[in-house]
Design a protein around this ligand. Structure first.
Ligand code: KMT
Ligand code: NI
Length: 179
């Protein structure tokens, strides 16, 4: 199950939950208003799961691979983690499905505050093109995730500021239309 909350601004270890005190949870509906969608699926049977097949078919997620983020399995682990945690956007949607382990995706809310999204085994998330976001492992230090894409994948991150890309202006327009 996906849980989300507004973050505090302490610079303590990025892998900690960083819940604002008093807590300010963010609902799945609030995430949807930002263009962020989530599903909970059966990660033990991802190879045969008809619910996953349906999501892939309906959204044309033709491409997929699996990434293992752990210090012993991911080449250039430290460097990659740094890149993942730089605030950035992409020109395409970022779709991730947690098969094992856990981690946090942080996205900027409408008021620019960071929202931390806790992703556990079975959670699939879609971040829209043009949203500023970042990723970190949590204190378990391990995640195995499926990466999905429409067609041939392009993972290029554009670090903030990246306000002049069409994906960004379109994203901001979509927020206004939802408001
Ligand atoms: C990305 O692009 O930020 C990642 O692939 C992060 C890890 S996937 C859980
Ligand atoms: Ni990204």
């Amino acid at each position: 199950m996906v849980w989300a909350w507004y973050m505090d601004d302490s610079c303590e270890d990025q892998r900690k939950p960083h819940r604002l005190q008093p807590e300010q949870p963010v609902t799945l509906e609030q995430l949807r208003a930002l263009g962020v969608h989530s599903y909970t699926l059966d990660a033990d049977n991802y190879e045969t799961d008809p619910a996953l097949a349906k999501i892939r078919k309906e959204n044309n997620y033709t491409w997929m691979d699996i990434i293992n983020i752990h210090k012993d399995t991911l080449p250039n682990y430290e460097e990659k983690l740094k890149i993942f945690y730089e605030e950035h956007l992409h020109l395409d949607d970022e779709i991730r499905y947690i098969l094992e382990g856990s981690g946090y995706f942080d996205v900027r809310g409408k008021d620019e505050r960071w929202i931390r999204i806790s992703m556990q085994k079975g959670d699939l998330i879609t971040l829209p093109a043009g949203i500023y976001h970042r990723f970190t492992l949590d204190e378990n230090n391990y995640v195995k995730a499926m990466r999905l894409f429409v067609g041939k994948p392009v993972w290029t991150p554009y670090n903030r500021p990246a306000d002049n890309y069409e994906a960004r202006t379109k994203y901001l327009q979509s927020l206004e239309q939802n408001a």
